[in-house]
Design a protein around this ligand. Structure first.
Ligand code: NAP
Length: 492
């Protein structure tokens, strides 16, 4: 029988942090499930998260476009297999509008404090606004705080300098002398866009990268028309069996550094290097001394040809310091630059921080995460009741769709918040013993992954342990299918 108390639970206040890919997803799913009292707080003025913030030349989604799409919102109009970043941003903006999620969002509101008191979450915004919530969904993303290098003289440079995620489009590029520090996915995409456009582009490489060859084929107008006309065809492209098999194969490969799958990947990237780089000296400079996929594998159709462009130069001598007019390398050479781009990555251990998050009994997130950020199955933290994360710490990382990861995590979280709505529970928090069991198993498995095979990357935590899901993708899907309720304290 419905009680008054049960009916009231339909009105649970849900706060979503962030209006990027995962925040938009949360808004859509919450509305669909009938939650009528939801707000999404977004610190910026637009949706899109990482795709809003990154606009550098050459930005390309390196996950196949039809897989990098909400399962319920296929897009027949993707231009390329690996589409430009602006098109991905446009997809999120259109989707937010179509599902009227933009109406749910309070833009330019940065949450600075989130504290659990008297059974509810109390949130303070930088603007002075206050809100209270029964449920919090943290959809704040992972890679959003730029990591700036600590190179002597960084502040002495008199030309233009910015981080890759803070691109200033008013700065001219054509005919300029441009330096790019960093050769992760970002630096590599930048070189591909700048070679042949800048008077000279210099790529400052500290550690070589393995490059997986990939073709970026455009979709023809006929193909797009066929996708528009035939939903089943679009669905089959979106759930392309080859891609899904590759995801499974890739995660099996990274989970076991001794697997035959990883040996196959190593053979492909080695062959790519040997076949694509003509000059033996350059080839040796580009040859990594660690195993393929130890760092996030770079998929690029054109890096090797871009770096061999007559106006491009790979600089591997090591940076001594930065001076007013350019970069001085350890061999004494001064590389004069007009523009210096820091493609030096992000602080990957921040998640919703610097927000001050305080759970039950005054437990501070900063203390819980003092050693390393972690979360039970990447979604829940002990003493943080009714607080769930999408793309939180120790979730899958790798070269596949984080949209799919977030959707699966949502499926899991949805089952827990349904208990709150039905009134079956008032507070749901993972138990410390479930957290400890998960973390012990994760740490043990992490040591066998390729990420731990001897390289430096943003996948590693402060102690050098891979901060990721260390098992197969199949195991992740299985874990997300249904919560094991005995892992949670369910306060009625
Ligand atoms: P990243 O992979 O963390 O790479 C940072 C680069 O900066 C590395 O090459 C690093 O060298 C270098 N670096 C850092 N500090 C340095 C210093 N003091 N001196 C010299 N070099 C320094 O960062 P990212 O390229 O921005 O990519 C981060 C992640 O964003 C990717 O792994 C991926 O997950 C995501 N991303 C995705 C796409 C996409 O298309 N989907 C595109 C771009 C980025 P070392 O290797 O020596 O440390």
């Amino acid at each position: 029988m419905m009680t008054g108390k049960t009916a009231k639970r339909d009105d649970l206040r849900v706060v979503v942090m962030g209006a990027g890919m995962a925040g938009i997803l949360s808004g859509i799913k919450l509305r669909e499930a009938g939650f009528s009292n939801t707000v999404i707080y977004e610190k910026a003025a637009r949706v899109g998260g990482t795709w809003r913030e990154n606009t550098y030349p050459g930005l390309t989604c390196d996950v196949p476009s039809h897989a990098y799409t909400y399962s319920f919102e296929p897009n027949p109009d993707w231009s390329y297999m690996l589409p430009p970043g602006a098109e991905v941003q446009d997809y999120f903006e259109r989707t937010a509008k179509k599902y009227k999620i933009d109406e749910m969002i309070r833009f330019n509101e940065e949450i600075i404090r989130c504290e659990f008191k008297n059974g509810r979450w109390h949130l303070d915004m930088k603007s002075g606004l206050h809100d209270e919530a029964d449920i919090v969904i943290a959809a704040t993303g992972v890679l959003h705080h730029p990591s700036l290098p600590t190179i002597p003289g960084l502040d002495k440079f008199q030309g233009t300098m910015f981080h890759s995620s803070r691109w200033d489009h008013s700065v001219p590029l054509d005919g300029r002398r441009i330096g790019v520090i960093g050769n992760g996915s970002t630096g590599v995409q930048l070189i591909c866009a700048l070679a042949g456009r800048a008077a000279k582009v210099q790529h400052f490489q500290r550690t070589a990268q393995w490059i997986m060859p990939v073709e970026n084929t455009p979709f023809t107008e006929e193909q797009k028309a066929a996708f528009r006309a035939d939903r089943a065809l679009l669905h089959s492209v979106q759930n392309d069996a080859t891609y899904l098999a590759n995801v499974e194969r890739f995660t099996n490969a990274v989970a076991d550094a001794t697997s035959p799958e990883i040996a196959q990947i190593e053979a492909i990237v080695l062959d790519n290097l040997e076949q694509s780089v003509a000059d033996p000296v350059l080839r040796e400079k580009l040859r990594p001394n660690y195993r393929a996929a130890c760092k996030r594998l770079i998929f690029s159709p054109s890096y090797y040809s871009a770096i061999q462009h007559p106006d491009a130069e790979l600089v591997t001598d090591g940076i001594e310091c930065i001076e007013a007019t350019g970069i001085r390398t350890r061999d004494g050479r001064l590389h004069a630059l007009d523009l210096l781009v820091l493609a030096t990555g992000f602080k990957a251990d921040q998640f919703m921080r610097p927000m001050n998050v305080v759970g039950r009994n005054g437990v501070k997130l900063n203390d819980v995460w003092a050693k390393r950020p972690n979360a039970y199955l990447a979604v829940a933290i002990p003493e943080f009741p009714n607080f769930f994360m999408l793309n939180g710490p120790t979730g899958p990382v790798g070269n596949f769709s984080l949209i799919d990861v977030a959707e699966q995590q949502w499926g899991y979280i949805a089952q827990l918040i349904e208990r709150l709505r039905s009134g079956a529970s008032q507070e749901i928090a993972v138990t410390q013993s479930a957290m400890d069991t998960y973390e012990q198993a994760r740490l043990a498995a992490a040591k066998n992954t390729i990420f731990a095979s001897g390289c430096n990357s943003w996948y590693l935590d402060a102690e050098g342990v891979p901060a990721s899901w260390p098992w197969s993708y199949g195991r992740f899907k299985e874990a997300m299918a249904a919560p094991q309720l005995d892992a949670f304290g369910l306060k009625a």
